[in-house]
Each structure stands twice: as structure tokens, then as C-alpha cells.
Design a binder for this molecule. Structure first.
Ligand code: NAI
Length: 454
């Protein structure tokens, strides 16, 4: 069977590419062995957000007295949270399947392996059949990295060590949970399980949680979570997982953290193995498919989008990369830019940022002005956050008088950051930003406030 486009992998990059390409009249086949929606919809972004919303409601109710609301007997009913998560996932993945069907995209629910190039194009075998495409999009995503930590595989098999996939389906809240890795997944899951009643310890190898986020924000987030009862073991490397405990090195000494479950979230690796990349000679580097700014690989008409190219490993990056790939297939000029990709951690409070941080700007030697403003300057924040300690930090390039970075720790920041993203991406001049009217009262007004405080 021959197609205009064969898409390998049905996550955010894959299904969006199918949608855009089919909309433009291409005959498309999607090869996806599991459910459509990928990690994002099935075991990542969306399920974790359902968990975190329940935690947010519980935390809000627990502090109801600060707002004149009396709440008693507040607790998380974890099985109900999981059931609701499953319902949300089913609704959204069902929506994608219907959308693909409506656009006449054929979905082959089987593992696909690239077999070579034939008269009709690149050939992918799935379920014993060959699907040939004039173009091929590799969108096989990523999976949790499982480094050679002693005992990890054994304890994973026994169900003591979990990845982001398994933890979303555990039936009971562990009494003690050790989270290995204080990155995005670690912090979000630590946040939920802390609210759900677990005694949570986060073991992080570096001196900062949250990876490359602004370091003042990382410090405040850690302080807030310590106040909520999470223990952080910083600068500690996990070396072994054994039945009922995680072993780590702290200042050269071996320590043990006992727990009922441990979540391993120490990064992800691109899914490039076992899909036949070598049969056509797709170039990979450090385990990820090499792509240019048009999402093209080293081969003509072979593209790669999403986590598999290892560039940013975020669903929203994957969406845009998929669009860039399809536009280039159609001969439309479009390139991928990575300078203004927002990052969000959906903890409570949320953390969101875009562009240069204070640290990255300084490391690059940029001539910048940095302005940090407490969230108390936004009336709605004060109305809704008794004793809140959030802030915004903006980074302005002095040479061009433009905004190059915005970073915030506050509720709603996940919903505000796209606006900051637009200001950074469109390289808007500070004087022009001053003329933008923000709705009042909103938390977003803090951006305007910070600009005027420069
Ligand atoms: P990550 O790269 O964000 O964090 C992993 C952390 O583990 C790092 O801080 C690292 O220093 C630490 N680490 C590594 N080895 C260790 C060891 N042996 N002992 C102790 N600490 C160790 O990776 P994570 O959290 O697994 O997230 C994976 C991906 O999923 C990321 O690319 C992230 O962007 C994406 N994601 C995004 C979300 C969002 O946008 N809100 C939510 C969840 C995931």
C-alpha cells in the first residue's frame, strides 16, 4: 500500500502531523502500536495534570480557613483520582482517534519497523504488511531512561521501582515515597503524593531542583515544598535500589532511604532502537535522530519530530516541530525556532518560564537588566494568595531594549507564560510592551508591572 506520508508514532508530533497533512489532502497512514496520544496523553502531561488538579483542590480546602471557608475531613481519595484520570485520558485519546478517522488517516495499531526504500518510497513493515510512503515522519518519542543503577531492573520487575508510567496507576498512596531525580517529573509527582499524604523524599544529584529553571525560583519552590513536608537530599547520587530502600551517596558517605515505593525519573531517552533506522541510514547522535531547522533528517523526505530528535522533549515543542515538518513536505517555508519555548512545572504554585534565565544570560555574557518583582504587585494575586511569596523575574537585553526572558513562580503562570513567550519570540521593544493593555485584575498584570519597574 502506498501513501503520501507514513508517520511512525502517534504521540503529539505524530498525530498532529497526521492531522495537518491529511487536512492538506495527503494520503496518510499512522503506525502506532499503543494508544494514540503518546506519553503526553496516556502517561505524561495530561494524566499528571488530573492528579495535580485534585491535589490543588485538596490543598486549597486545607487552607480554607485563611479565606473564611471552613472545611473538615479533607482527604484525597486516590482510587477516585486514578479513575477520573483514566476517564480524562479515554476522552482525549478517543477524540484524537475520531479526528484521525474523520480525516481518513489510516491507523495501523502495530509496531512499525523501517525496512528500506522501494519504488513507492520508504517502506515500513507493521503487522506483517508493508506501508510505503513518499515521505516518512519519525515520531517515536522517548521513554524513561533506565541507567545502570544496581538493582534497578530487579526492583522495577518487582514493582518497587516505578517510572512515570506505573506511578499513575498505583492503587494506593505509598506511606513513604522516594523520588529519584528532582526534575520536572520528580517535582510534579512529589507534589501530588505529598498532598495525597505520602512522606516524600526527593534525591537529586545536582545542587538545584528543576534543572535549568531560574535558580531563585528553584530555591523558593524547594523552600515552599520543605514547608509542606517534602525532604530534599541535594547533591546526592543514587547508586543502588534494594528491596524497600534507595541507597545514595551523600558527601562521600553511603546512606539509605527506606520507602514503600520509589519513582525513577532521571531523564528520558529517545526511542531510536528497534525501528530500523539503520536500514535506510538515518543519522543519530547521542541516541537521538539528527534534524535540521526544517525537521529534515540526513535523508531526502525523511523527517523527525518530537522527543525522538532529543532537542527539547516537550509536547508543545513536538506540536510545532510536526507543523514545521509538514509545511516543508508541502513546500511551504517554515523553520523551527527553539529560543522561546516555554517551560512549565505544574506544582502548586506553578513555575513557568521562557527565554534566557538570569544564569543563562550571564553565562552567554549578554548585557542584560534583571528585574525581580514580588507577586504582591498584582492585586488578584493578593486577593487569592494569603501569605503568598511568588515573584516574577524579567530579563531585558540592554543593546536592543527587548525582553529576552520571563520567569515566574505563581499560580496561573502556566496560563500566562504564552503571552510572555509571544513578547520574547516577536522581539518586542520594551516601549511597545508598555502600550499593551492587560486585563485587570489579573495575575498576568505582573508582567506589565515588572516592565514599568525597570
Ligand atoms: P529531568 O531531566 O527533568 O530531571 C532528571 C533529574 O534527575 C535531574 O535533575 C538529574 O540531575 C537527576 N538525576 C539523574 N541521575 C540521578 C541519580 N543517579 N541520582 C539522583 N538524581 C539523579 O527528567 P525527568 O524529570 O525524568 O523528566 C523527563 C522529561 O519529561 C523532561 O524532558 C521533561 O521536560 C518532560 N516532562 C515535562 C513536563 C512538563 O512540561 N510539565 C512534565 C513531565 C515531564
Amino acid at each position: 500500500m502506498s501513501y503520501d506520508l507514513v508517520v511512525l508514532g502517534g504521540g503529539p508530533a505524530g498525530y498532529l502531523a497526521c492531522e495537518r497533512a491529511a487536512h492538506e489532502g495527503m494520503k496518510v497512514v499512522l503506525i502506532e502500536k499503543r494508544n494514540v496520544g503518546g506519553v503526553c496523553l496516556n502517561e505524561g502531561c495530561i494524566p499528571s495534570k488530573t492528579f495535580l488538579y485534585s491535589a490543588k483542590l485538596k490543598d486549597g480546602a486545607a487552607h480554607g480557613n485563611k479565606y473564611g471557608v471552613k472545611c473538615k475531613g479533607i482527604e484525597i481519595d486516590h482510587p477516585a483520582v486514578v479513575a477520573r484520570k483514566n476517564k480524562v485520558v479515554k476522552t482525549l485519546t478517543g477524540g484524537i482517534a475520531s479526528m484521525l478517522k474523520g480525516l481518513k488517516v489510516e491507523w495501523v495499531k502495530a509496531a512499525g519497523v523501517i525496512k528500506g526504500k522501494g519504488p513507492d518510497g520508504y517502506e515500513v513493515e507493521a503487522d506483517g504488511k508493508i506501508y510505503a510512503g513518499k515521505r516518512l515522519l519519525i515520531a517515536t518519542g522517548s521513554e524513561a531512561a533506565m541507567p545502570p543503577i544496581d538493582g534497578l531492573y530487579e526492583q522495577f520487575e518487582k514493582g518497587f521501582a516505578l517510572t512515570n508510567r506505573e506511578i499513575l496507576d498505583i492503587e494506593a498512596v505509598p506511606k513513604k515515597l522516594v523520588v529519584i531525580g528532582g526534575g520536572v517529573i520528580g517535582l510534579e509527582m512529589a507534589s501530588y503524593f505529598n498532598s495525597a499524604g505520602s512522606e516524600v523524599t526527593v534525591i537529586e544529584m545536582l545542587d538545584q531542583i528543576g534543572g535549568p529553571i531560574d535558580s531563585d525560583i528553584a530555591k523558593l519552590l524547594k523552600k515552599n515544598y520543605e514547608a509542606k513536608g517534602i525532604t530534599f537530599k541535594m547533591g546526592c547520587k543514587v547508586t543502588k535500589i534494594e528491596a524497600g530502600a534507595v541507597v545514595y551517596e551523600e558527601a562521600g558517605k553511603q546512606q539509605k532511604a527506606e520507602c514503600d515505593k520509589t519513582l525513577v525519573c532521571i531523564g528520558r531517552k529517545a526511542n531510536t532502537q528497534g525501528i530500523g533506522l539503520e536500514t535506510i541510514g538515518v543519522l543519530t547522535e547521542r541516541g537521538a535522530v539528527v534534524t535540521d531547522e526544517r525537521m529534515k533528517t540526513n535523508l531526502p523526505e525523511v523527517y523527525a519530530a518530537g522527543d525522538v530528535n532529543g532537542k527539547s522533549m516537550l509536547a508543545h515543542t513536538a506540536y510545532r516541530e510536526a507543523e514545521v515538518a509538514v509545511n516543508n513536505m508541502l513546500g511551504k517555508k517554515d523553520i523551527m525556532k527553539y529560543n522561546a519555548i516555554p517551560g512549565v512545572i505544574y506544582t502548586n504554585p506553578e513555575v513557568a518560564g521562557v527565554g534566557e534565565t538570569e544564569q543563562s544570560a550571564k553565562a552567554k555574557g549578554l548585557d542584560v537588566t534583571i528585574k525581580k518583582v514580588p507577586m504582591q504587585f498584582a492585586g488578584r494575586y493578593v486577593a487569592e494568595n494569603e501569605g503568598g511569596n511568588g515573584f516574577i523575574k524579567i530579563i531585558v537585553d540592554n543593546k536592543w531594549n527587548k525582553l529576552v526572558g520571563v520567569h515566574m513562580i505563581t499560580n496561573y503562570s502556566s496560563e500566562i507564560i504564552w503571552g510572555a513567550d509571544a513578547l520574547v519570540d516577536k522581539e518586542m521593544n520594551i516601549e511597545a510592551i508598555k502600550k499593551i493593555v492587560f486585563p485587570h485584575p489579573t495575575v498576568s498584570e505582573i508582567i506589565r508591572e515588572a516592565i514599568f519597574q525597570l
